[in-house]
Design a protein around this ligand. Structure first.
Ligand SMILES: C[S@@+](CC[C@H](N)C(=O)[O-])C[C@H]1O[C@@H](n2cnc3c(N)ncnc32)[C@H](O)[C@@H]1O
Length: 285
């Protein structure tokens, strides 16, 4: 069997567009059952375990399959989550949504024991990370698709994060259970047309997680009934598409005429996040 070093350099030399350094080290870690790159480098001159499985993984990746589906793992902030073809692969912007939401919470709702919902949870990354950040919070993860909830549950168990899982359409299960929220975080489907979706994403990722017709559909459906679930002092946080500023602002101003809101940019300078602040005393200073 070749060593990890030999495998690493033989695939680097291939210069394949899908095989960069990060992908190759991730596959080597997964096939060797190493927890991280440090462990891989420590064992760089050891024989590669599961070499045949590793070759199969690289074949699938070279055919265009996202490496996270192949190794069934995706990084989110500093945690590794299980993923499969039923859930969207977590994106970097969504990490920023979680951090941005934490900043809003610590400013507006400090020292509160929070009730938080991650609606459209997919693999569960947002809600589970919120639970990690706020261990005393009651956290609900909801999705319309039971296959997504199965993945989210697996991730919750893997990270020993105790949250509650709800299946249903957007806020419906939260309304039915009479749950009142301090924080709602949501990354809904928001791509208006198949034509704007990258070919590899369309081929492999779940369409239910991507498409919305019109693109603001899920936001509006949530805004319409948000007053039934949000507490008098609360925060709604959303990831948004980079091309929906005007439409989303018009909707927020229509459905939340007495609340403050702000749009925030991602690390590339694109407007990708919406935060709505509801305050009982109306003081947004
Ligand atoms: C963009 S993905 C987000 C997944 C995950 N939160 C993330 O950020 O990686 C959207 C998710 O919304 C779910 N979804 C689609 N329509 C829904 C609906 N009507 N009610 C609840 N969830 C829905 C999909 O199953 C998918 O998991």
């Amino acid at each position: 069997m070749p060593t990890n070093r030999e495998v690493y350099f033989s695939f680097i030399k291939e210069n394949n567009k899908y095989l960069n350094r990060n992908v190759i080290t991730s596959v080597l870690c997964a096939c060797n059952n190493y927890v991280d790159n440090m462990t891989l480098y420590h064992h760089f001159d050891d024989e590669c375990s599961n070499y045949n499985q590793l070759l199969e993984c690289f074949e699938r990746i070279k055919n265009g399959e996202p490496f996270q589906y192949v190794i069934e793992k995706a990084h989110f902030i500093d945690l590794v989550f299980y993923v499969n073809k039923y859930v969207l692969i977590p994106r970097q912007e969504t990490e920023e949504l979680v951090i941005g939401t934490k900043v809003m919470i610590d400013k507006m709702l400090p020292l509160k024991t929070l009730t938080i919902a991650d609606v459209c949870t997919g693999s569960g990354v947002i809600g589970l990370y919120m639970k990690k950040l706020y261990p005393s919070a009651e956290v609900y993860l909801s999705d319309i698709d039971e296959k997504c909830l199965a993945v989210a549950k697996k991730n919750g168990e893997m990270h020993h994060l105790s949250v509650k899982y709800l299946q249903g359409d957007l806020l419906q299960p939260i309304i039915e259970k009479g749950i009142k929220l301090d924080v709602l975080v949501c990354n809904p489907p928001y791509i208006g047309s198949k034509e704007t979706i990258d070919e590899q994403v369309w081929k492999y990722e779940p369409h239910k997680a991507l498409l919305a017709e019109p693109k603001t559909k899920y936001y509006e459906e949530i805004f319409k009934v948000a007053d039934q679930v949000m507490k008098p002092d609360s925060i709604l946080a959303f990831e948004i598409g980079e091309d929906m500023e005007d439409e989303i602002c018009a909707l927020v101003e229509y459905y939340f005429p007495n609340s403050a809101y702000k749009l925030a940019k991602d690390m590339y300078g694109k407007l990708r996040f919406l935060y709505i602040m509801i305050k009982e005393d109306g003081n947004y200073a």
